[in-house]
Design a protein. Structure first.
Length: 250
């Protein structure tokens, strides 16, 4: 999964280098129109694409398999036979999923950076708000993007972990997570349902572009982080309640 995620920025960079980038007149987002002029923008573009489906799918596979996979092959009861509490085991499983989220997002960012620097010029970043920041500050803001996207994926991992405690079939938890992501994105795209968007997890994943504003759109990104935290607490509590009451004697 990490290999596929890392390959996407490379393919995107090669395609833009070969065929050229879109113009603003094409209706493309500002991030995409600036890639050929500054390779650092490839990081923002790649994450804006991957956060829609491939990153969520990868996270769903890891988190959805964490409990259901162990239960399905019969190793969960052996894990619990040692003096380790269920709460501790659940926390370790979630921490593992969060680490994967961080590794996956960081790998995409590094692949994008390397590809962008090799194929395109790099230098000061012209922000979407019109200002310009030095390249060093741009790299720092990319780091903020990595942390923000990781937080969003960690919230999704909490949902998938909760689903994983409800079944012994890992593919069921994984597929349900992916379906929920797709449904949320469809609901968020319907203008008549605009009132639902602030409550949909996927609606906040792309708000990392707040780092391309001057000043950084901390209010919007802060709201996104609060939504991520709320989802994590709610579904983490569901996972804890279900897992602690789960019969694993069979």
């Amino acid at each position: 999964m990490l290999g596929v995620l890392v390959l996407v920025p490379v393919l995107l960079g090669v395609a833009l280098r070969t065929f050229g980038g879109p113009d603003a007149s094409d209706g493309a987002p500002g991030i995409f129109t600036q890639i050929t002029g500054n390779g650092l923008f490839l990081t923002f573009a790649a994450l804006s694409i991957l956060v829609q489906l491939l990153l969520p799918v990868s996270v769903a596979v890891v988190a959805g398999d964490s409990i259901a996979g162990e239960a399905g092959i019969g190793t969960l009861r052996y894990l619990l036979s040692v003096p380790v509490g269920r709460t501790r085991l659940l926390l370790v499983k979630y921490a593992n999923a969060v680490v994967f989220c961080l590794v996956a997002v960081t790998a995409v960012a590094l692949s994008s950076l390397l590809t962008g620097l090799l194929l395109f010029p790099a230098g000061p970043i012209t922000l979407l708000s019109g200002g310009t920041i030095p390249m060093a500050e741009g790299l720092l803001r990319i780091g903020l993007v990595v942390l923000y996207v990781t937080a969003g994926m960690a919230a999704l991992a909490a949902i998938s972990l909760a689903l994983s405690t409800l079944t012994e079939v890992a593919i069921g938890a994984i597929a349900t997570t992916v379906v929920l992501v797709i449904v949320a994105q469809v609901l968020g795209a319907v203008p008549q349902l605009a009132g639902l968007r602030p409550y949909l997890l996927s609606s906040w994943w792309n708000d990392f572009d707040g780092v391309l504003r001057d000043p950084v759109a901390t209010e919007v990104m802060g709201q996104g982080l609060l939504v991520f935290a709320a989802y994590t607490v709610i579904f983490g509590s569901v996972a804890w309640a279900r897992f602690n009451g789960k019969d694993i004697s069979g």
